[in-house]
Design a protein around this ligand. Structure first.
Ligand code: NFE
Ligand code: MG
Length: 468
């Protein structure tokens, strides 16, 4: 048995380590380790719930709109608050813009170099020696698109600024509605940026996807796992908030018929995680007290499970459960679904921007009781995102966040069942054990993000954290 340790995994967000056990060039065991402590939930205690969107958006600079939405939804749902139509549209446009910047950046900057050879200069070297299959001319063409993509994901971030004031960590989503009026000036710039990005998706990105799926078609068979998919659904329809453009639901074992999900069946295990928590707990009661010395633990990520099943989440889950894409569940299917989702979201955005009504309400005043509990289930670009909070005497007494990458990068649970990425790796044949290029391809297709708030340990050894 050989042991391969890759740490840190590059071209992802955050710090992550993989340990692989290999026999006869086949991966027989995989251990996914998040190697830093977030602790954001601890920071939330005693804060004003009206600040939850701003604070929790600092979980991560890539998916910050999604965290703002989850925190805000948790509060709004607790009092059954109704949003004005403009607010739903503005939120959809903010989150849609964040999806576009993420999916463009992931496809080109984080993922493409697993398949396309960059020029022979830093930061493109060193790289694996073998495994790049594109003929020179095509390789050159895709690298040109790689460079051109940068202007587009920057633009998508600027679109977040238009309705959010800043990016990342927008100020546009507040309990009650939105903060930026859709003036004709903003609509004009937004529309022109969106149109440029859409042209890029249609003319370059879809073409590049086709090139990859032709030259690396075997990756539709590589990186398979349990085939359990989960999504909380996203993009409420402006005319009826309860209806979603991407429906919520789940499937087991690659089934094509989605089922409803029941959030009460979500529990988090922590046997292999550096936390004091012993038994599995529902997120509403979850605890995040660190214990780095814990025996048998190998990660800072807990193991969320649905009815004891490890669930994969992300663009493939959303596209599958909305029946927009049901080809298969593999590495190339994950990439394929993400690119098609970018196209569909950009199409929807161009409809939403036309439906905005300048001069009409963007906010309905909200009044909150002193004590309540809330749950905000939404999607982030990487999949199902949940925030759970308890408020006592007007202050947050308890907060829990379960991110999509916690589902995907989770370790084994207390029953020894692997997380979705661990399982996608096991069974993979490595062509050359000294150049395990397959590993990066498999794991990056999940677009993992381990990143969160910066943390420090103070001189008196108490863990504290500050927000960037
Ligand atoms: Ni840090 Fe995130 C997304 C969330 S982590 S990017 O998407 O929530 O999975
Ligand atoms: Mg497998």
């Amino acid at each position: 048995m050989k042991r391969i340790v890759i740490s840190p995994i590059t071209r992802i967000n955050g710090h992550w380590k993989l340990e692989l056990h290999v026999e006869n060039n086949i991966i027989v065991e995989a251990l996914s380790s998040g190697i830093f402590y977030r602790g954001l939930e601890e920071i939330m205690e005693k804060r004003d719930p009206m600040d939850a969107a701003y604070l929790t958006s600092r979980t991560c600079g890539i998916c910050s709109v999604a965290h703002a939405l989850a925190a805000t939804t948790a509060i709004e749902r607790a009092v059954d608050h109704q949003l004005p139509k403009n607010a739903i549209l503005i939120r959809n446009l903010l989150y849609g813009s964040d999806i576009l910047q993420n999916h463009l950046r992931h496809f080109y900057i984080l993922s493409l170099l697993d398949y396309v050879k960059g020029p022979d200069m830093p930061p493109f070297i060193p790289r694996y020696e073998k495994g790049y299959r594109l003929p020179d001319k095509l390789n050159e063409e895709l690298m040109k698109h790689y460079i051109e993509s940068m202007d587009r994901h920057r633009k998508a971030h600027e679109m977040v600024v238009l309705f959010g004031g800043r990016a990342p960590h927008n100020q546009g989503v507040v309990p009650g509605g939105a903060t930026v009026e859709p003036t004709s000036g903003i609509l004009k710039i937004f529309t022109s940026m969106l149109s440029d990005i859409r042209q890029f998706i249609y003319n370059q990105m879809l073409y590049d996807l086709e090139v990859l799926s032709n030259y690396y078609s075997d990756y539709y068979e590589i990186g398979k796992n349990y085939g359990h998919l989960l999504t909380y659904g996203m993009f409420p329809k402006p005319e009826n908030e309860k209806e979603l453009h991407f429906t919520d639901g789940l499937i087991f074992n690659g089934s094509k018929e989605p089922m409803d999900f029941d959030e009460k069946k979500i529990r988090e295990y922590a046997k292999h995680s550096y936390y004091t928590q012993e038994d599995s707990l529902p997120p509403v009661n979850g605890i995040t007290r660190p214990n780095y010395a814990k025996e048998g633990a190998y990660t800072w990520i807990k193991a969320p499970r649905y009815n004891d099943m490890p669930m994969e989440t992300g663009p493939l889950a959303r596209m599958w459960i909305s029946k927009k894409y049901q080809r298969g569940i593999s590495t190339m299917d994950r990439i394929h679904a993400r690119v098609l989702e970018a196209k569909i979201v950009s199409d929807l955005m161009s409809e939403w921007v036309d439906q905005l009504e300048p001069g009409k309400a963007i906010y309905n005043p909200i009044s909150l009781p002193r004590n309540y509990e809330g749950m905000g289930l939404t999607e982030a670009m990487r999949g199902a995102l949940g925030h759970w909070l308890k408020v006592r005497n007007g202050k947050i007494s308890h907060y829990q966040i379960v991110t999509p990458s916690a589902w995907n990068c989770s370790p084994k649970d207390d029953h020894g069942v692997r997380g979705p990425i661990e399982d996608a790796l096991v069974g993979t044949q490595l062509e050359d054990i000294d150049n395990p290029i397959e590993v990066g391809r498999i794991v990056r297709a999940f677009d993992p993000c381990l990143s969160c708030a910066i943390h420090t340990i103070t001189a008196d050894k108490e863990i504290s954290a500050y927000i960037v």
